[in-house]
Design a protein around this ligand. Structure first.
Ligand code: FAD
Length: 435
C-alpha cells in the first residue's frame, strides 16, 4: 500500500510522526505555516542573540527521546537552580521549603499552617485552590502559588482542576519546611535533577536528526480540510489529497478550518482554554545578570511571571561579553500597548536590580496565542467531544495542542511517535492516543 500521508505542523510532534514513518519506509509530506521547522521549540536570532521560543531545556527520561535528542548534538548538562523573586527577596525554588529570607512572622505563620494541615484524600479536593490550601496552608497558598496562578495561568486557582498537578508542585514534610526556615542549605527539590541543552544552535538542535530527511513545506498554512473528499487546501489555494492525515494544529484552530463540523463540536472547541502571552527578549552588553537559569516573580505589580536566560543555557546564544534574558508576560493581546508593556516590565525589573537600563542592547516583543492548556473544570468533557470527532473521521490529532494536554517536548515527541506506530501497525483507524 502506498498511502499519501500528510502531516500538519512541523513542531516536534509532527516531526516525530514523519521520522518514525520514514524509518519504516513510509514517506509523508509536512505542511508548516512558519518559515522554519520546530514549532514552539524553534528559535529566532537578532544581532547574534539567539532566543528560543520560551525557556526550553530537556529533562526527559524517555530512552527513545534521549537517544535521538542527545545523539543529535553535543550538549550541556545543567543542574536546575531556579529562584523566586518575592517583593525584593530572592528565594530558592521551590519556595515552600526555602523560606529562610522571609520575616520571622511569616515563617511562624507558614510553619503553624503546615503543622496543622489535615490529610484530605485527593478525590475529596474540588479544585486547585483547595489543593494548595490543603498542602501548604492558607498563608503560603495565598501569598505564593495562588498569586502566581493568576499571573501564569490567567485564572483563579479555584477555577482549575487538580489532575494536571502531578509532580509539578513539591509537597515538603514539616521537617523540610522547618529546615528551609532555618537555613539556606537545603537539598535540591526540583522535579528534574538535570536539564540538558545543546551547546550550539538553540534547543531545536536536539531535533535535527528528526527533521533531517523529511519533506517539509514551510510557509504553507493549511486553511481548509474537507474530510469527506480527503483534501486539504493551503493559503495559496493549492489542494492536496491524502489517505492519512495527522494534525498537530491546536484543536480550536483545527475545528475552524474543518468543513462540516457540528455545532456541538464547534462549541466544545471554543470552550477549550489556553494561556496566551508575550515573550519580551532582551540582549544585554554585560554578563552581569542573576545567575539563575530561570526565576519566577510573584509581585502583583510586575506583569512578568517568569524570566530565563538564553545565554546561561548556552554561551552560544549571545555574543562575547554579552548576556540575554527572556521575560514571559501572560495576558490578552490587547491588554497593554506594546510600549507600555515593554516600559512597565523593564522599569520594574531594573528597580528590582535584575539589570541596568543602560546595558540593554536590544528588546524584542512577540505574542504567542497558544502557550499552556488551561485545566479548568470543563476541559475533559470538551476535549473529549472534539477529539472523538476527529477520531471518528479518521484524523490523528497529536502533540501539545492536538491532544490538548500539558506536554513537555518529549511527550509531544512521543505523541507523534505513537501516531506513526498506530498507522504502521494498521490499527490506524483509532486516532485516539492514550497515555
Ligand atoms: C512556556 C513554555 C515553556 C516550555 N518549556 C519546555 C521545556 O523547558 N522543556 C520541554 O521539554 N518542553 C517545554 N515546553 C513544551 C514544548 O514546547 C511542547 O511540548 C512542544 O514544543 C509542542 O510541540 P508540538 O509539535 O506538539 O506543537 P507545536 O510546536 O505548537 O507545533 C505545531 C506546529 O503546527 C504549525 N501550524 C499551526 N497551524 C497550522 C496550519 N494551519 N497549517 C500549517 N501549520 C500549522 C505551527 O506553526 C507549529 O509549528 C514549553 C512550552 C511552553 C509554552
Amino acid at each position: 500500500m502506498n498511502d499519501k500521508i500528510i502531516i500538519l505542523g512541523a513542531g516536534i510532534s509532527g516531526l516525530a510522526a514523519g521520522y518514525y514513518l520514514k524509518r519504516s519506509g513510509k514517506s509523508s509530506k509536512i505542511f508548516e505555516k512558519n518559515h522554519s521547522w520546530g514549532g514552539l521549540c524553534d528559535n529566532f536570532t537578532i544581532n547574534n542573540f539567539r532566543f528560543d521560543r520560551f525557556v526550553h531545556l530537556s529533562f526527559t527520561e524517555d530512552k527513545a527521546a534521549n537517544d535521538l535528542f542527545l545523539n543529535a548534538t553535543p550538549y550541556i548538562r545543567h543542574t536546575p537552580n531556579p529562584f523566586n523573586l518575592y517583593y525584593g527577596k530572592w528565594i530558592k525554588h521551590p519556595a515552600q521549603n526555602n523560606l529562610y529570607p522571609l520575616t520571622e512572622e511569616e515563617k511562624v505563620k507558614i510553619l503553624n499552617d503546615i503543622k496543622n494541615r489535615k490529610e484530605i484524600p485527593v478525590d475529596k479536593i474540588n479544585n486547585y485552590e483547595e489543593w494548595l490550601r490543603t498542602q501548604y496552608g492558607d498563608y503560603f497558598a495565598e501569598k505564593f502559588p495562588m498569586r502566581y496562578t493568576k499571573k501564569y495561568w490567567q485564572t483563579e486557582a479555584r477555577d482549575l482542576g487538580v489532575k494536571w498537578v502531578g509532580n509539578r508542585m513539591y509537597r515538603p514534610s514539616y521537617d523540610e519546611v522547618a529546615l528551609g526556615c532555618r537555613s539556606t542549605e537545603t537539598p535540591l527539590a526540583y522535579y528534574a535533577k538535570e536539564m540538558r541543552y545543546p551547546e550550539k544552535g538553540g534547543f531545536k538542535a536536539f531535533f535535527t536528526t528528526l527533521a533531517k530527511d523529511l519533506d517539509i513545506q514551510n510557509r504553507s498554512q493549511i486553511m481548509e480540510i474537507d474530510y469527506s473528499e480527503k483534501v486539504i487546501k493551503d493559503e495559496y489555494g493549492n489542494m492536496y489529497s491524502y489517505d492519512i492525515l495527522i494534525s498537530s494544529i491546536p484543536l480550536p484552530e483545527l475545528v475552524k478550518i474543518t468543513k462540516d463540523v457540528s455545532d456541538e463540536v464547534r462549541l466544545a472547541a471554543k470552550m477549550l482554554r489556553c494561556t496566551s502571552g508575550y515573550q519580551l527578549s532582551i540582549g544585554l552588553k554585560t554578563k552581569s545578570i542573576p545567575p539563575y537559569l530561570w526565576f519566577y516573580i510573584y509581585d502583583e505589580d510586575i506583569p512578568v511571571a517568569r524570566v530565563y536566560s538564553p545565554s546561561l543555557k548556552s554561551a552560544d546564544n549571545a555574543p562575547d561579553n554579552c548576556s540575554s534574558l527572556q521575560l514571559e508576560i501572560y495576558c490578552n493581546e490587547n491588554k497593554y500597548s506594546k510600549k507600555d508593556l515593554i516600559d512597565k516590565s523593564l522599569n520594574k525589573l531594573v528597580a528590582a536590580g535584575v539589570f541596568k537600563i543602560e546595558d540593554i542592547l536590544l528588546t524584542d516583543l512577540r505574542f504567542e496565542k497558544y502557550a499552556n492548556v488551561i485545566f479548568n473544570h470543563d476541559i475533559y468533557k470538551n476535549r473529549k467531544i472534539v477529539r472523538d470527532f476527529y477520531d471518528n473521521i479518521g484524523i490523528y490529532t497529536i502533540g501539545r495542542f492536538g491532544e490538548w494536554d500539558y506536554f513537555w517536548s518529549d511527550q509531544s515527541f512521543l505523541s507523534g511517535k505513537l501516531a506513526a506506530e498506530l498507522i504502521l501497525s494498521e490499527k490506524g483507524s483509532n486516532g485516539v492516543l492514550n497515555y
